[in-house]
Design a binder for this molecule. Structure first.
Ligand code: PHE
Length: 338
C-alpha cells in the first residue's frame, strides 16, 4: 500500500512536468499549479489516502510527498520565469519561414537605350561628356550660328528662363562648350535632357538627345557616313537600310538627315513611315566653319562632323512603342517589359 502511493506520487510528478513543459502562457502555468498543488489538486488527493496507512509508514510516504510538492513548486517557478524572459525577448524568429525577396530595380528603358548607344560609340573611340540643361542663349543659339531671327528662337519652341537663359532645346550647345575646353582632336558624345514646348504622342516637353562631335585633321563627309552607318547597323540590325538626305542646320554645312528603312513595314510603306518606307532618325553635318570662329579653332587646320538624335524616338522605333508618354507615366507594367 505505501509503495502504491509512492509510485502514484512519482508518476503524478512526471505528468505534471510534461504538462509544464507544454504550457506557453502564465495562465496555463497557473492552471497547472491549481491542478497539481491546489487544495483539491492531485498531490493533496493522494495524501488524503494516507489516512488508511499504518502509522509507522506514514513518515516515509510523507517525505516523498513533500519532496514531490517542493520539486513541482520549483518547476512551476522556473517555467514562469522562463516564459517572462521569452516575452521580454520579443517574438521568436521562425528560421523555417521563406525569406522575403528583395525586389530588384532595373534601369529605365531610356537609360538602357542611352547606355546601349554610348557603348557603341565608346567602342569607336568616342569619350562621353555631359553639360548643363539650363543654358545660355549664347551656347544654345548664338555660337551655333543661329541668326537672331531664326524660327527656333521663337517662344513657340523654346522655354526661356530669361532673355539670356533658356532650357537647352538640343544637346548641340555642348559642341561649343567642348571645343572651348579642349584642342582637337575631339571625339565626344553627349547624352542628356533637352526641352521644347511641345506635347503630343511623339513629343514631350522634356526629352533626351545624344550629340556627337568629331573634330580632327582630315575628317571628311565619308567619315561621317562611315561612323553613322556603323552605328545604325549595330543599334538596329546589320541589314538595316540607311540613306542620307540633304538638310539644313545653322551650325553644319553641308547637312544631312539620316533615314533608316522602316522597321515596321520593312520599306513597303505603312502609316508609321507615312508610306515612304523610310524613318528619319537623326540630324548631322560637317561642322560649319562659322562655329569654329567662336572657339578659336582654325578651319584650315581641322574639319569635323556632328550629329544629334532623339533617344525616345530611336527607342520607340527599336522596341515598337507607339506613344512617347509611356516613358514618363511610370507604369511599372509597361517599364518591366524591357
Ligand atoms: N541639334 C539638332 C536638332 O536638335 C540635331 C543636329 C545635331 C544636327 C548635330 C546636326 C548636327 O535637331
Amino acid at each position: 500500500m505505501p509503495e502504491k502511493i509512492k509510485a502514484d506520487l512519482i508518476s503524478l510528478s512526471e505528468e505534471a512536468r510534461d504538462d509544464l513543459a507544454r504550457a506557453e502562457t502564465p495562465e496555463e502555468v497557473e492552471a497547472l499549479r491549481i491542478r497539481y498543488l491546489g487544495k483539491k489538486g492531485g498531490v493533496s488527493v493522494l495524501l488524503r489516502g494516507m489516512g488508511g496507512l499504518a502509522p509507522e509508514v506514514r513518515p516515509e510516504v510523507g517525505l516523498v510527498a513533500n519532496r514531490v510538492r517542493d520539486e513541482l513548486a520549483e518547476a512551476i517557478k522556473a517555467r514562469t520565469e522562463e516564459l517572462a524572459a521569452r516575452k521580454a525577448r520579443g517574438p521568436a524568429v521562425d528560421v523555417t519561414l521563406p525569406g522575403r525577396r528583395r525586389r530588384l530595380g532595373a534601369s529605365h528603358l531610356i537609360t538602357r537605350t542611352i547606355d546601349e548607344i554610348t557603348a557603341i560609340f565608346t567602342r569607336m573611340g568616342f569619350n562621353v561628356a555631359e553639360g548643363p540643361e539650363i543654358e545660355l542663349d549664347y551656347y544654345n543659339f548664338e555660337a551655333l550660328n543661329f541668326p537672331k531671327d531664326h524660327p527656333t528662337r521663337d517662344m513657340q519652341d523654346t522655354l526661356y528662363v530669361s532673355d539670356r537663359v533658356v532650357l537647352r532645346t538640343h544637346t548641340s550647345p555642348m559642341q561649343v562648350r567642348t571645343m572651348e575646353r579642349q584642342r582637337p582632336p575631339v571625339w565626344v558624345i553627349v547624352p542628356g535632357k533637352t526641352y521644347r514646348r511641345d506635347s503630343d504622342v511623339t513629343h514631350t516637353p522634356m526629352f533626351h538627345q545624344i550629340e556627337g562631335l568629331v573634330v580632327d585633321r582630315d575628317i571628311t563627309f565619308g567619315d561621317l557616313k562611315g561612323v553613322l552607318i556603323s552605328f545604325v547597323r549595330q543599334f538596329f540590325s546589320p541589314d538595316t537600310a540607311v540613306r542620307f538626305r540633304p538638310s539644313f542646320f545653322p551650325f553644319t554645312e553641308p547637312s544631312a538627315e539620316v533615314d533608316i528603312g522602316c522597321v515596321i513595314c520593312g520599306g513597303r510603306g505603312c502609316r508609321t513611315c507615312g508610306q515612304t518606307g523610310w524613318l528619319e532618325i537623326l540630324g548631322s553635318g560637317m561642322v560649319d566653319p562659322e562655329v569654329y570662329k567662336f572657339v578659336n579653332y582654325d578651319p584650315d587646320e581641322v574639319t569635323g562632323f556632328a550629329f544629334g538624335m532623339g533617344i525616345e524616338r530611336i527607342a520607340m522605333l527599336k522596341y515598337g512603342i507607339d506613344d512617347i508618354r509611356l516613358f514618363f507615366e511610370n507604369n511599372l507594367r509597361f517599364l518591366k517589359q524591357f
